[in-house]
Design a protein around this ligand. Structure first.
Ligand SMILES: *Cc1c(COP(=O)(O)O)cnc(C)c1O
Length: 347
């Protein structure tokens, strides 16, 4: 069965061009620093993000973990949103592996955090009761806040607080190119207030594996050792990096199509009885849909019916779905999805 798979943009398969360049990729032992394709991807990534250096890592989770471990020691505190991916979905790695204490602050619906909350969260460094504030982690686009792009003005305002208190800044930019596309602001400018940034090649950009962590040269030197420590040193990784280069060069330029289809799917679903579609400013490739009171079944039950109609959708709550648009979802799939919802809800 040819699924319409809207569960995530992580389900994207590599494109035909990616598969072709993977076969031909010139590779070497990257732990020896001898893989020219990995080096090329890292240099291109750093340039695109406006940083001195980049490091290819197996996942966004590892990129964020290395970022936190590089900036913080045991007993240090990291400030982040209560809906941050790093807080919710990275297996508590910063605490388990780094002894780093997460200090979460309420995320607002637009993916930001109240600046006053951040100011108040910074600890008095002279009081021995407190952990030591060291780092602020922000996310762009913000996944659990609806996949919204967060404007750079917010990032700059947080950076002022960070500078005033000697804190570092890390950006979980898993989908930073979706933010770049939606805001019309270059990824380098979005990443500028940050000491380090992670972005994913393996989501909407369609590469099979990998993320890149970018920052200053000394930061990446330290990150290299941490990657090795975590078991993330990969050998002939140029096979993967080759696909990453296509992801970065080409796939970053077409994300607007996914955003357009997400908006169209949202509009179509808004006209289906029983559905309430969340409309957000700076939405990108995600649609969040809620079941209204007229619908008896849970999101789980509806997902089962959708599956029998060829549509895969993830419930993100008892009454909510997140639908993610990506390269492998066509205009026809968008229409078919709306039709499948209509049918699944009319049972
Ligand atoms: C997917 C994702 C990550 C982690 O990436 P993996 O490669 O799945 O480990 C980090 N942050 C955000 C916002 C994500 O959506």
């Amino acid at each position: 069965m040819q699924w319409i798979d809207l569960r995530s943009d992580t389900v994207t398969q590599p494109t035909a061009e990616m598969r072709a360049v993977m076969v031909e990729a010139v590779v070497g032992d990257d732990v020896y620093g001898e893989d020219p394709t990995v080096q090329r991807l890292q240099a291109m990534s750093a340039e695109r993000l406006g940083k001195e250096a980049g490091l290819f890592v197996p996942s966004g989770t590892m990129g964020n973990l290395i970022g936190v471990l590089a900036h913080c020691g045991r007993g240090d505190e990291v400030i982040m949103g209560s809906l941050a991916h790093t807080f919710l979905f990275e297996a508590g790695g910063v605490a388990a592996l780094g002894g780093v204490h997460p200090h979460t602050l309420p995320n607002l619906p637009d993916g930001t955090i109240a600046l006053e909350d951040i100011r108040l969260a910074v600890r008095d460094a002279n009081n021995p009761h407190y952990p030591t504030s060291r780092l602020i982690v922000l996310e762009n686009t913000h996944n659990r806040c609806g996949g919204v792009a967060v404007p750079v003005e917010f990032m700059l305002a947080v950076k002022e607080i960070a500078d005033a208190n000697g804190l570092k800044m890390h950006l979980d930019g898993a989908r930073i190119f979706n933010a770049e596309t939606e805001l019309g602001v270059a990824a380098a400018e979005l990443a500028q207030p940050f000491d380090s940034v992670t972005f994913c090649l393996s989501k909407g950009l369609c590469a099979p594996v990998g993320s890149v962590l970018c920052g200053s040269k000394p930061f990446i030197q330290q990150a290299l050792r941490l990657r090795k420590m975590l078991g993330g040193g990969m050998r002939q990784a140029g096979i993967l990096a080759a696909a990453g280069i296509i992801a970065l060069e080409k796939m970053t330029l077409r994300l607007g199509e996914d955003h357009r289809r997400a908006a169209e799917l949202g509009d179509l679903l808004a006209s289906v009885d029983g559905l309430r579609v969340e409309k957000k400013a700076h939405a990108t490739n995600m649609v969040f849909v809620n079941l209204d009171e007229s619908i008896q079944g849970s999101a789980g039950e509806i997902a089962g019916r959708l599956k029998s109609l060829g549509v895969l959708a993830s419930p993100t709550g008892a009454r909510q779905f997140r639908l993610v648009l990506h390269y492998w979802i066509s205009d026809a799939d968008v229409k078919a999805t709306a039709q499948a919802f209509r049918q699944a809800l009319s049972v």
